[in-house]
Design a binder for this molecule. Structure first.
Ligand SMILES: *Cc1c(COP(=O)(O)O)cnc(C)c1O
Length: 358
């Protein structure tokens, strides 16, 4: 070897590609490619963000104490079991780094979030996928792929990019079928958008067991993806591990300030939730009427099947609308469309009606 070589697995990683945000020659695009929250951030979060600017020479509170207290109060959790991160991506990577390495397996479902194989491979572990049924994670298929090498099972509930979810009893069955030394990571990035009665975010499972972690984010319903703020609710021993290995100041001061203000703005949160439920239903109905196959969604996006997804994507782009092609998730015939503002949702429905000649 004549030059430094990365650890095994790292050069097998296909770097994550985010949603496109610009189209050449089009000034005002409609960006529905990254599930960013239709209404943007709470004005109170923006104000809090601005207010900390002059103090940017000060290090942030490395323990995120106030934010963790607010999160605990809001969701009925214990603050000392919450660990904050530079986006929930940070926390997912830390979990992989702490609990798996070379020779280990990391299990997730067929159309699961692409950060999971990246996290696994960057630790030298082998990603293993389990097939889905009707674009929904299958508990039986996941359990059938658990081996003595399995260290972590990642499941996004609801899942991106499918938008589907597993009800609470299925999540309990998944947990019950895992060996006690396997870590179940429930990625609940879209929990706030779910309005199904049989859904739970996973915190009850964390409370009851030593091998379950739930992750959450400010990137979706709170509309703060650009600031990078996420968190994990953990058993005490796992919170302790994450606190040992995380960056000492892994959450920036503006993210802490804006996150605290966003949590306090209940009216904005309720508005964002109602907006999403209404326009998600409206768009699903419109697209179904056009003859498209729309996967039932518990999130702030719709997964839609096309005879020719690439042609549909190109047509939408010609109208200045950017959605997400999901071929890299094993879904070459689908597009993922984020629920945007009313004008944006109407524009995508109109453009697709034109594309289909309806
Ligand atoms: C968007 C998303 C996240 C959030 O990632 P951040 O790093 O918090 O922005 C996590 N998991 C899934 C499945 C997502 O779609």
């Amino acid at each position: 070897m004549t030059s430094p070589q990365p650890k095994p697995g790292i050069l097998d990683i296909e770097a994550y590609v985010g949603g496109v945000s610009k189209l050449p020659g089009i000034e005002r695009v409609i960006k529905l490619s990254s599930n960013e929250g239709a209404l943007g951030p709470s004005p109170r979060a923006v104000e809090a963000y601005r207010a900390v600017g002059p103090d940017m020479h000060r290090y942030p509170d490395g323990h995120a104490t106030h934010l963790r207290d607010l999160l605990a109060e809001r969701w009925g959790l214990e603050a000392d079991r919450i660990v904050c991160g530079n986006g929930s991506d940070d926390v997912l990577q830390l979990l992989a780094r702490a609990y798996c390495g070379q020779g280990d397996e990391v299990l997730y479902s067929e159309h699961g979030f692409l950060v999971y194989p990246i996290a696994a491979k960057s630790c030298g572990a082998t990603p293993v996928t389990a097939p889905e049924t009707d674009l929904t994670a299958s508990v039986d298929a996941l359990l059938a792929r658990v081996t003595e090498r399995t260290r972590i099972v990642f499941i996004a509930n609801p899942n991106n990019p499918t938008g589907t979810y597993l009800p609470a009893d299925e999540m309990r069955r998944l947990h019950a079928g895992l060996p006690k030394d396997v870590l179940l990571v429930i990625d609940a990035a879209y929990a706030e958008f779910v309005d199904a009665n049989d859904y739970e975010d996973g915190s009850a499972l964390v409370k009851a067991h030593d091998n379950v972690v739930m992750t959450r984010t400010f990137s979706k319903i709170f509309g703060m993806g650009g600031l990078r703020l996420g968190w994990a609710y953990c058993p005490p021993a796992i919170a302790d591990v994450l606190n040992r290995i995380r960056g000492p100041f892994n959450v920036a001061a503006p993210a802490l300030a804006a996150g605290e203000a966003a949590l306090a703005d209940r009216d904005f949160f309720d508005l964002a939730r109602r907006h999403n439920i209404y326009w998600r239903g409206w768009l699903a109905e419109e697209l179904t009427r056009l003859g498209l196959d729309v996967t039932p969604s518990a999130t702030n996006f719709l997964l839609v099947k096309f005879a020719d997804a690439r042609a549909a994507d190109a047509f939408l782009r010609s109208r200045g609308i950017i959605v997400r092609a999901v071929a890299s998730y094993g879904l070459p015939h689908h597009l993922r469309i984020t629920i945007g503002r009313e004008d944006e949702v109407r524009a995508v429905a109109e453009a697709l009606a034109e594309f289909l000649g309806a």
